[in-house]
Write a protein that binds this ligand. Structure first.
Ligand SMILES: [Zn+2]
Length: 191
């Protein structure tokens, strides 16, 4: 399904009108192909946006006409060695996961703000650590969504096409999230 680039997206109907949206069933069917066009999706909270995954080098997540800053590194690294249709399908679910988990990451931002009040490190360090931790948590949540949604297909694909980056992704992102959260909220000992 092709979309006009000016198509607005919204959460709760505040920001505009969306003319089309796909159901999860249709999404599944279309991601079985090897090439996808931008199409409208709707998250459980009502958030609507557009997602496209054309190949392993390019993908797009747009909400309210604004592209979410999101390097393709994750999909590039952890899809290596998988069959082409699995790569596209899991990458697509990962991108949709970013929309599905957006409200949860909002809670994470509130937690970071609260922690930064009690943290005593310089503001620049807290900001950088908070941004990195937030990105890491969002990547973990989105890939977690892909794992849950793809289920057995995900396990089968990674068992038949082992990918050493996958373990590094979960470990690295978890460490980044934990260290970032700690840096934001920790207190330097006086003196
Ligand atoms: Zn991602």
């Amino acid at each position: 399904m092709g979309l006009h680039p000016s198509m607005a997206s919204h959460c709760g109907g505040w920001f505009g009108k969306v003319t089309t949206a796909t159901s999860e069933g249709a999404l599944k069917q279309e991601t079985a192909g090897t090439s996808l066009r931008p199409k409208a999706v709707k998250a459980w909270c009502g958030l609507r946006g557009e997602i496209a995954v054309e190949d392993e080098l390019w993908h797009l997540v747009r909400v309210g006409g604004v592209s979410l800053p999101h390097p393709p590194l994750v999909n590039l690294m952890i899809r290596r060695g998988l069959a082409a249709d699995d790569r596209l399908h899991f990458s697509y679910l990962h991108e949709f996961g970013h929309l599905q988990t957006l409200p949860l990451t909002g809670i994470h931002v509130l937690l970071l703000v609260w922690l930064s009040w009690r943290g005593t490190r310089p503001a620049g360090i807290k900001l950088l650590a908070g941004l990195l931790a937030h990105e890491a948590v969002w990547e973990l949540a989105s890939e977690g969504y892909a794992v849950l949604h793809a289920g057995r297909r995900y396990r089968r694909a990674y068992l038949s096409g082992p990918n050493r980056w996958q373990g590094l992704f979960w470990l690295g992102m978890s460490l980044l999230a934990a260290i970032g959260i700690w840096l934001v909220g920790s207190r330097r000992s006086p003196g």
